[in-house]
Design a protein around this ligand. Structure first.
Ligand code: UN1
Length: 480
């Protein structure tokens, strides 16, 4: 039986009045995971109005009470981690173990921001005038519109909603329409933990609802993770309205393997970086830059790993790679691989689109690229496709890694400290991994890219405050 989908508006769970939405299992697309009616424009309006009406009450709620609600929601997610993790796997397609890990990660994020609610939130400055102090205090921004992607259906929402709530904002949230069940699980955990009515509102439906939320004059700020195309249109709308927006967009992340690296470990990390979650992470490794002396060894190692991978149902033990999210995603990944230019060689065998129970599978694929203008080298594919090229030395590797409009994450595999320090200064990315894969983001440290990969302040860690609060500078003259 599919789960029943509902909207959350002003504390009330109810069916929407818009068109029916079904989320399906990408490993078995005939299987409906959840279904229910989506939100209409009028319901978005009600959700925004409710969030605006709840803003003063929530802002004035003592910070430890706000934190306690997040902590209770975290505990509930931990209790349900196995069940929700398998549901996540059925709705999104990543391995069940990864789904369970993601639910636990969401709980960890909620706990981090639960504690963050208790921390001091201002600064005291000396004044050039006698008898005066200057206080900079932090305040909630107001109503935050949250628009989240399919690929981390609970962790990314948690890392936007938890700081929003912790710092005293109210939220209207539009999750990706292919993963509504996990959105409902997170919203329920928060309302069951005692979140007052209207503080979090969930509207499910088409992308236009996200745009409507972001555009709404009562929405004070917006946070988005997803495609560069959608992100740019939201950024443009917010720019026109002088409204703050935080956007995490695409990536074309490089792994650089130098000849002095621990090669077996580097191969493991490149494979994990490229193919975990079927490459559907904005932090996925999609370019491999390998020093020519060790290139054959590294390429052979990766190819052997790919050839031994088991594709199949992500909830079955022994599966290494699950499906991609939709039929369209599968087709566009295949089109990108097939459109590769003349200088590009396919290094892996087997059907690109294996027919496993008619699920949306794409076989992990390795291609060697000799022309850095090949779209496989320049464009984000968001699937299990890794492009490799050989370079003679470190400087060429760093130059090539930087030669991308994106700047999210990079992994450098080396045992040379001097090279590491040089790379730390030269690589134009928001996240740099030395001897570990490009993916991953701990909740207590900043996450986000540079260049076309991001817009606005960073997410997570204490850096999240910079987006979810506004500063007020108070000149405090104690004239007597
Ligand atoms: C991770 O690599 O664990 O959408 C996090 C994404 C990123 C988050 C990646 N915003 O893939």
């Amino acid at each position: 039986m599919p789960e029943d989908l509902q909207l959350l508006i002003d504390g009330e769970w109810r069916a929407g009045s818009g068109p029916l939405l079904r989320s399906v299992n990408p490993a078995h697309p005939h299987e409906t995971v959840a279904e229910g009616a989506t939100a209409t424009g009028a319901e978005v309006e009600r959700a925004v109005t409710a969030a605006a009406a709840a803003a003063d009450g929530w802002r004035r709620t003592p910070h430890h009470e706000r934190g306690a609600i997040l902590a209770r929601a975290a505990a509930a997610l931990r209790t349900e981690a196995d069940a929700f993790g398998v549901e996540l796997s059925r709705e999104e397609g990543k391995l069940a173990a990864e789904g369970i890990g993601e639910v636990r990660r969401a709980a960890q994020i909620l706990d981090f921001f639960a504690a963050e609610a208790d921390r001091e939130a201002g600064e005291l400055y000396a004044s050039p005038r006698a008898g005066e102090a200057i206080v900079v205090s932090r305040h909630p921004v107001g109503v935050v519109g949250v628009v989240t992607p399919f690929n981390f259906p609970i962790a990314i929402p948690a890392w936007k909603i938890a700081p929003a709530l912790s710092y005293g904002n109210t939220v209207v949230w539009k999750p990706a329409s292919v993963v509504p069940l996990l959105a409902q699980r997170l919203a329920r955990a928060l309302t069951d933990a005692g979140l007052p009515d209207g503080v979090l509102n969930l509207v499910v439906g088409a992308g236009s609802l996200g745009q409507a939320i972001v555009d709404h004059p009562l929405v004070d700020a917006a946070t988005f993770t997803g495609s560069t195309t959608v992100g740019r249109s939201l950024i443009a709308a917010c720019g026109a309205a002088a409204k703050p927006i935080q956007a995490e967009l695409g990536g074309k992340n490089a792994a650089i393997v130098l000849a002095d690296a621990d090669l077996p470990a580097a191969i493991d990390d490149v494979v994990a970086g490229a193919f975990r979650a079927s490459g559907q992470r904005c932090t996925a490794t999609s370019r491999l830059i390998v020093q020519a002396d060790v290139a054959d060894q590294v390429i052979d190692g990766i190819r052997a790993r790919i050839e031994s991978m088991v594709l199949g149902d992500p909830t079955t033990a022994g599966t290494d790679v699950g499906p991609v999210i939709t039929c369209d995603a599968r087709d566009s990944i295949a089109t990108a691989v097939r459109a590769a230019g003349g200088g590009t060689r396919l290094l892996t065998a087997g059907d690109l689109l294996p027919d496993i129970d008619a699920g949306y599978y794409v076989r992990p694929t390795l291609v060697e690229v000799s022309d850095p203008r090949d779209p496989l080298w320049t464009d984000e594919i968001f699937g299990p496709v890794l492009a490799v090229t050989r370079v003679p030395d470190v400087d060429t590797a760093l130059r090539l890694a930087n030669d991308s409009p994106f700047g999210l994450s990079c992994a450098l595999f080396t045992s040379d400290l001097a090279v590491t320090l040089h790379a730390m200064a030269e690589l134009r990315v928001g996240v740099l991994h030395i001897n570990s894969e490009t993916g991953g983001a701990d909740p207590h440290v900043p996450f986000g890219g540079t260049k076309a990969s991001a817009f606005g302040p960073k997410e997570q860690g204490r850096a999240a405050r910079d987006f979810f609060t506004s500063m007020r500078t108070v000149y405090l003259q104690g004239r007597r």
